[in-house]
Design a protein around this ligand. Sequence first.
Ligand SMILES: C[S@@+](CC[C@H](N)C(=O)[O-])C[C@H]1O[C@@H](n2cnc3c(N)ncnc32)[C@H](O)[C@@H]1O
Length: 385
Amino acid sequence: MRTTLTIPSWWSVLLKDILETDPDVPESLEAFVPSLERLSSYLNDTASRERRTAPYLRDLRLRHAYLLYFATANLGKLSVPLFELRQSVAFRGKSVLRVLDLGCGPGTGIAGLHAFLGGLSSPPVVELLAVDAVQENIHLAARVGEHARRLTGLPVSVRIAAMNITRPYATWGERFDLVIAMNVLNELPLQHEARWRNGIMEQLTEDGHLLLIEPALRETGRRLLAFRDASIDEGWTVYAPCFRQADCPALERETDWCHHDIPWVRPSFIAWLDERIGNIKKSLKFSYVILNRHGETLSAHLPFTPARRVVSERFDEKGRTWCFVCGSDGRHVCQRNRRDRGPSNEAFDHVERYDILALEDVEQRVHDLRIPPTGAVRILSVSGE
Ligand SMILES: C[S@@+](CC[C@H](N)C(=O)[O-])C[C@H]1O[C@@H](n2cnc3c(N)ncnc32)[C@H](O)[C@@H]1O
């Protein structure tokens, strides 16, 4: 999605109602700064969390600080994969969408769904079950759901359940079109991951999808990619962002991972808090993967095969323009020398991270793909409703 994300205006009204502090008067947010600093250092310290995660959101001040800062950024991220998922059988033509939000926190996914559905001309009715190990979170999530519904008028009903989602009995006896786990995988013990994935399988409708979003840190991003690879080994299909149903090339080198990076209109209260905590969120960076059991892929809904995903930024150098692209045959440097620029490939001047490309008549060399003067480059858009 080549766009700049905007957080809907009802969100700051909701924050004001729930936090009893007006985010549009940033000076009144001073009281949140110490909690935000604590949260930031905890969430970024992936090494210590690997050994043990804590139910940190039980603390009211941390929970409210999370809602104010992290939920604001995370809710915007959800729209990006949902935009791609909108093409799927599970979304198209369904008047009721059943959603399970695992590790819902203070209601980020609920808010993100409202933001996404608000952009659709005929949004489905959403029945959402929000689950978290922390009781206080699900109660806050329910309040966020009530306020969001009142403010947006969208038909999103919310039920809540407190549960440790890695326990073998963590099932709900019902099936969902979409299971969301946002920023949760990195908090689950590695040894329970496979069991958790199998449990989700029991939770999906025949054409349902599992959407995981993770922070774009190296460790969390790589864990998501390893989860992706293990899922494929167990018969899952990657719907998006990958066009490759085999091992992820980014896992070959310890220093690599794969993530999106999308510009957003940073709310002024986030800019103010960033300044205070030194954590500049000028764009939204995150990793995601959408998986299913029924074999559906985003590429089947695109007007060109084989599509490739841009998986790095674009580098404009003196003699050439290049980026990394990833497709069914793996990841390659894709480059165009300055002298080879022409009408059929000038779109290459504008490619951005996670764009989907149709490349025609390009030259496959040992170490890269070369776009010759006659080579064609198109940036594919995932078509609308
Ligand atoms: C970083 S927060 C993410 C919240 C929200 N999904 C978001 O993206 O903003 C991680 C959440 O996962 C929950 N969580 C972690 N381990 C869990 C488990 N085993 N069972 C249920 N919830 C869990 C935590 O309580 C916390 O609310």
